[in-house]
Design a binder for this molecule. Structure first.
Ligand SMILES: Nc1ncnc2c1ncn2[C@@H]1O[C@H](COP(=O)(O)OP(=O)(O)OP(=O)(O)O)[C@@H](O)[C@H]1O
Ligand SMILES: [Mg+2]
Length: 503
């Protein structure tokens, strides 16, 4: 067919100990949104990295507009007009939005090639305007929220005038309106004839945005189907190769013992008068839009961010938490939303990562780490959470995105904290593993742990929580019990700006 942009046939890729792609096929047409789905570790990112020259294939063929091509490096992909937004962000935090968009190809002026700051800011503004994005070209990327950083990546990829755009989980860090915004951009690109590959674990998105779906499982190509011709359940069963069981629901709260109390926590311009109690056995969710201050509350409690005033009480005693080490000492664990920066040590192996927060538990008589018991603990986690890795010695950077997330989870489980703060615990996690994590959180709560869950997925919040606190612009705007909570009520509180509330 003439509208076929990309044809991949019989692609093979092996990493040490991992046969990541097995005789894999893929086809992308011009002007279509093509969803690529599969469980964590199925090979989605690897297949797209082969197409964009990040990895070279061991065997197979790639045809671009009917011509066989070799794509030995990312530059070759770029020259063909194939752009990718990777699963993990690749921005330079200390540079501005504009500098990041044009990195490596900045317009220069004059004989001495001075960077033309004015010009790139203007060019960036034009691109942002075209996509109706509210971002300041001069803002430093480090100061942006994760969601905004994601937008910068998208703008950069689009700025190449690409004919193929691959997005590896672009929505996993975005919330409602931002996703709508992204989909608007995607539809616009589609109407201009761009072929778009959309990788996502949010199944409901497939129906919304894609024209066709390709399913992968265990490094193999399973099938490509027209989206309107299949149900989500059918796609999921193709992904996992079996029917999936119903996800867990939260159990009734047994005790009323306060484990953590936060009183009037404030930080100028960020948090205002945050007060709440967390009980033994409770799953307390924090809902709100991106930027509402939920992560900031978590980071303050964990000692990762300072606060100006307020008190934190653990088991009724006021505690001073100035660093994450202090927090760990008081039995608080934090599963970060940004696993690249705070969650994993990518160059260390799986075992080291898992036992990292609990090394004292594995010390032998002479202060040495007891290798056998640390190994045993790590192995148990790998089995329980079904972390897909060739061995405990594998460096975490080589695991798939979802499996890295599971490693972070394992780390805090080994630590055995009384209070566990989970910031977007299922981001980037496939449907099967998601229900495992829900079950795990339920079991933890059932065994008397207290859990704070921050999530941008309302169905997840409604399903999992005993109680829900809603934040907007750094303040708590509402609190709901599980029985009272509905999507509408949460959204109402989440958008209750101070100015509106006063009227
Ligand atoms: N550079 C690498 N070195 C070693 N193994 C790798 C490397 N990259 C990927 N793998 C392995 O290849 C397999 C496929 O990984 P891939 O990242 O493609 O999965 P994925 O489908 O994108 O999963 P996720 O949904 O979790 O992102 C995994 O088992 C992963 O551990
Ligand atoms: Mg991936």
């Amino acid at each position: 067919m003439s509208d076929v942009l990309v044809l991949m046939k019989g692609i093979e890729k092996t990493f040490p100990g991992v046969h990541a792609l097995k005789n894999c096929d893929f086809q992308l047409r011009a002007g279509e949104v093509h969803a690529l789905v599969g469980e964590n570790g199925a090979g989605k990112s690897t297949l797209m990295k082969v197409l964009t020259g990040v990895y070279t294939k061991d065997a197979g063929h790639i045809l671009y507009k009917g011509q066989e091509v070799e794509i030995p490096n990312p530059k070759a992909a770029q020259d063909l007009g194939i752009a990718i937004i990777h699963q993990e962000l690749h921005l330079m935090p200390h540079l501005t939005v504009a500098q990041n968009i044009f990195i490596g190809r900045e317009p220069r002026k004059g004989a001495r090639f001075v960077l033309d700051e004015k010009q790139i800011n203007k060019d960036a503004q034009d691109l942002l305007d075209m996509m109706h994005l509210d971002l300041d070209p001069k803002a430093r990327v480090a100061d942006l929220t994760v969601a905004k950083q994601q937008m910068v990546e998208i703008v950069r990829a689009l700025s190449f005038n690409s004919e193929v755009l691959i997005m590896d989980e672009p929505t996993s860090m975005l919330t409602g309106t931002e996703i709508d915004e992204l989909f608007r951009i995607i539809r616009e690109l589609r109407s201009r004839g761009v072929g778009i590959v959309h990788i996502s674990h949010r199944m409901e998105e497939l129906k919304q945005i894609s024209d066709r779906v390709t399913v992968m499982r265990d490094g193999r190509y399973i099938a490509t189907v027209d989206t309107h011709a299949v149900t989500i359940d059918k796609i999921i069963s193709m992904m996992v190769g079996q029917e999936i069981y119903e996800t867990a629901r939260s159990l009734p709260l047994e005790t009323n013992k306060v484990v953590l109390e936060v009183k009037s926590l404030s930080r100028a311009g960020v948090l205002k008068d945050i007060s709440f109690q967390l009980h033994r056995g409770e799953i307390l969710s924090f809902a709100g839009l991106v930027g509402a201050g939920r992560t900031e509350v978590a980071r303050s409690i964990f000692g990762a961010d300072p606060f100006d005033s307020g008190q934190i009480l653990v088991h009724g005693n006021e505690v001073q938490i100035r660093t994450p080490n202090d927090a760990v000492k008081y039995g608080i664990g934090y599963l970060s939303e940004d696993r690249r920066r705070y969650g994993v040590m990518p160059t260390m192996d799986v075992e080291t990562n898992i036992v990292a927060a609990a090394l004292d538990k594995f010390l032998g008589s002479f202060g040495w780490v007891n290798k056998a018991s640390s190994r045993f603990a790590a192995e148990a986690q790998v089995n329980d959470l079904r972390i897909r890795t060739p061995s405990l010695e594998q460096r975490v950077r080589y695991l798939s995105g979802g499996n890295q997330q599971k490693v972070v989870m394992a780390k805090w489980l080994v630590r055995d904290c009384d209070i566990l703060i989970c910031d977007e615990p299922t981001r980037g996690i496939d449907v099967g593993a998601k229900s495992e994590i829900y079950k795990l959180l339920n079991d933890l709560a059932g065994s008397g742990k207290a859990i704070i869950m921050i999530s941008s997925e309302l169905p997840e919040i409604l399903r999992m929580s005993h109680r829900i606190i809603v934040m907007c612009e750094g303040q708590i705007t509402g609190e709901l019990t599980a029985a009272e909570a509905t999507q509408e009520r949460i959204l109402q509180y989440a958008t209750r700006r101070e100015s509106i509330a006063r009227n």
